[in-house]
Ligand binder design. Sequence first.
Ligand code: S3P
Length: 176
Amino acid sequence: MIYMKIVLLGYMGSGKSSVGKKLAGVLGIPFKDMDDEIEKQEGIPIPNIFSEKGEIYFRKVESEVLQSILTRPDGFVLATGGGTPCYGDSMDFILGLEDVLSIYLKTPLDVLTTRLFSQKENRPLVAHLKTEVELNEFIRKHLFERAYFYNQAELIIKNDEECVNDTVEKIILKLF
Ligand code: S3P
């Protein structure tokens, strides 16, 4: 098995989970998803954590789960949540681990808007936005704030392709 820890970063809807699953399959290492791990630990879905315990609580759990996953000895591909590197010292923590490679999946605003509009119900930060125009405006501002963190990733891969395989291929070419 290849010993490798890869952390995918990027905005909601940037394809971290679909690219991550495929990439892990190609590399022959396990795929892990931060949101799944948080839900497993808390025993309730993400939207319920936000509504019942609040975002500050969610961010605390998120940073603890990140640290516990990244310090495991095994290799994996980890899809983070869109906000994971943007709170506390999480980005510095990721960058400080020598055996972790961080990759920012950079996806254009319009692609994010279209994808998220059809999947916003499970995402508490955008579920309240009614129209695609409102969502687009929200993402534009939010992405501007978060790009500071995402852009610190060791690799930046454009993920505007329709096809997950193309993005995975771009990553593989950078790895070997
Ligand atoms: C969030 C992104 C979500 C999830 C939570 C908060 C964010 O993950 O962690 O709703 O702050 O961007 P995805 O990026 O997998 O949607």
